[in-house]
Design a protein around this ligand. Sequence first.
Ligand SMILES: [Zn+2]
Length: 448
Amino acid sequence: MKAIAILPLFTVALLAADFRAGVARIDITPKTPISMSGYAARTGPSEGAVHKLWAKALALEDEHHSRVVIVTLDLVTVPNNLGEKVAERVRERWGLPRERLMLNCSHTHAGPSLLPSSYGLPEAQGEAAVTVAEYTHRVTGAIVELVGAAIHDLAPARLSFGRGAAGFAMNRREPTPEGIKIGVNRDGPTDHDVPVLKVTGPDGRLRAVLFGYACHNTTLGAKFHRLSGDYAGFAQIELEAAHPGATALFLQLCGADQNPYPRGTLELAEQHGKELAAGVEQVLAGKMRKVRAPVRAALDTTQLTFPPYSREIFEARLNDSNRWKAQHARQMLRLYNEGRPIRSIPYPVQVLRFGRDLTWVALGGEVVVDYSLRAKREFPGEETVVAGYSNDVMGYIPSLRVLREGGYEGGDSMIYDGLPGAFDDHVEETIFAAIRTAMRRVGRPLGQ
Ligand SMILES: [Zn+2]
């Protein structure tokens, strides 16, 4: 009867917490007026704040001390000069390898500006530039400290996963006789999934909830000058009020071509936040799937390439009546004169995998919803969550469909990001090849 004697031990081992989790948060609300990011049409600096902006971190570690840290930011972007600096300092200070740190921003358009990415964007001038530089420096240091605080907080935990839904994301690529415009496209693709990772202590108390949604944080428009996390800020506040002591962390998913609907007022931002929080609550209250060890991580940096743009294209635009186009042409020509026109940019693809049940893909840039829909189709048999806006936000990342259709996300937006223009036709396949490479490194079967 040996088997019976062993059985109770086996059961105890299964029930024990097989993870340790740590949470930390730092208030990153600018204390003085600062230039705001998100809308080119905005005129003045920030005027106070609706609520606090946060950097939050969730450290997760399995029984073999394999560790990952997920950082969520109520910010419009993660510029590469911030992401890489943070990752380097985190590695030196806390010994966390680059592929084990994931940085994601909510893309709130009511957030402060940060120093631009180093690909080619001109820097702001004068006093405003000093404030933005100081703020970027302060946030960089704060995130490094935050990661350490989350690691120091590691304590036994259980993880579970589930999916809910929220319906306010609307495809914004509206077909018109003049081409695709930013508007409302009721027939366009959306992803209304709300993935939820629940972190509880051994006593069952909720310690953290990590949740995501694929939708721009643009309920508040260009005329709004108070700092806010938009709907994602309100959703986090709502969840933390309902679960005192717990930390709610929001991940922006593939929401590049999605806007909240309807939009335009603070009341609507709060309403969408409450709807999203309700979607999360429904998952927390229901049956969730246990998340297992081990934790594995991989990061593959691929290159996204541009078609061969020539100097002549930009010379012809120097006197364009659109001041952004003319400024962009000057900027690109400066790069030609310096002998370094942009032909490609590095693009980070990260995969975190838990046991054999759950894979989180974190992609750089403003990723359109097609990527998440395709990944879920192409990699069945295991829960797959795809976040955009992770590790480096260099510009819009269109699918081949969106690239060919054109419009803002297809390539028109690139002038605001210091990039030469639309990507070439390889963009989607290059990214999926990198996803497959990263998935292979974490042992995920690809199914085909
Ligand atoms: Zn955007």
